[in-house]
Design a binder for this molecule. Structure first.
Ligand SMILES: [Zn+2]
Ligand SMILES: [Zn+2]
Length: 347
């Protein structure tokens, strides 16, 4: 079968690999129907994900059809359409019991697929702990509508919950790329009074505005963001900040635009260390929450998709097929053609 493999040293190739087989009783084999490229794949390529293992098939955001199940898999059967979770998790360890599935202590737990074990930029993939990591796609929901359930929408859903947004609040989202847009979408579920989108790319801000995800857009290349956020909030600053950009200055921006006692949810994945200038922020009494998504609410997210309350299809600006995925990587990595997300058809 065809698969995208991380070769190490900044190199990815589309190559032939044997089809995966069931290894453990809780495994399922999925025939991938639609997959995508995530900025985390680019981070892996750049060597910014130390735990990524060269030789691994990339891809942690995809949907497909169950092909085969191990004898311990109870909830799914061959032929079921499923969205696949970015994280594989045992469901039984200390962290899983508390919903912190990103830190599942099983050797195959956490973000493993497309990083340490073979992922879904391929025709077939083995999914460990299938009962926990798969989400059934209802009949009325298309592959494109379900594609982002396991990673981007999970991240947005998790980020919005971290930020503790209350009705009427001003929520500022830094970054209007795929993650930021999903953060806005999920922040909306908490009925904030205003969502401010901040990005240096006007086409992304326009998308946020047009889709009704943001009420106000600011571009740091043009706007004094801190000043404008203050002006919008009677001088206070944003009640909740979601930093989803991971740029050179965006961490600093996140705490600067936050009002005293706000939550700054740091969802972005940085390629460089950031400094926390405690003397400068003394007295602001901020709460920082950091990390990688605990994707443990996919069932709820799929319900919201089916009800039309979450719709991330607007992120799909480009479509291609697995045969042409390396060209898609080129466009995606270099942010050409105003790309937000690719939908990559498989088979
Ligand atoms: Zn991802
Ligand atoms: Zn676990």
């Amino acid at each position: 079968m065809k698969a995208v493999v991380y070769e190490g040293n900044g190199k990815l190739t589309l190559t032939e690999r044997p089809e995966p087989k069931l290894k453990e009783a809780a495994d399922a084999i999925i025939r991938v129907t639609l997959t995508t490229i995530c900025s985390s794949d680019i981070h892996i390529k750049h060597g910014a994900v130390p735990r990524a293992v060269p030789g691994t098939i990339l891809g942690h955001e995809f949907v497909g059809v169950v092909e085969q199940t191990g004898e311990a898999v109870k909830k799914f059967h061959p032929g079921d359409r499923v969205a696949v979770n970015v994280e594989t998790f045992c469901g039984e360890c200390f962290f899983c019991e508390r919903g912190y599935v990103n830190n599942c202590t099983d050797p195959q737990g956490g973000w493993a697929m497309g990083c340490r074990i073979d992922g879904g930029q391929a025709e077939y993939v083995r999914v460990p702990f299938a009962d926990n990591g798969l989400t059934a796609i209802p009949d009325g929901v298309s592959d494109e509508a379900a594609l982002f359930t396991g990673d981007l929408l999970s991240t947005g859903y998790w980020g919005a919950s971290l930020a503790e947004i209350r009705p009427g609040d001003t929520a500022a989202v830094i970054g209007a790329g795929p993650t930021g847009l999903c953060c806005m979408m999920c922040a909306r579920l908490y009925q904030p009074g205003r969502i401010i989108a901040i990005d240096v790319d006007d086409s992304r801000l326009l998308l946020a505005k047009r889709q009704g995800l943001a009420d106000v857009t600011l571009n740091p290349l043009r706007d004094d963001v801190e000043k404008k956020v203050r002006r919008l909030t009677e001088g206070r600053g944003a009640d909740a900040v979601l930093e989803a950009a991971g740029g050179r200055d965006t961490f600093q921006m996140a705490w600067r635009i936050a009002r005293p006692n706000a939550v700054a949810a740091i969802i972005a994945m940085y390629e460089e260390p950031q400094t926390l200038p405690l003397p400068d922020m003394y007295g602001k009494n901020l709460i920082f929450k950091t990390g990688g998504v605990d994707a443990s609410h996919c069932g709820r997210i799929m319900e919201l998709i089916a009800e039309g309350k979450l719709d991330a299809r607007c992120l799909i600006t480009h479509r291609t097929t697995l045969e042409h995925i390396m060209e898609a990587y080129e466009v995606f990595e270099n942010k050409r053609e105003h790309v937000v997300k690719y939908a990559v058809k498989v088979g």
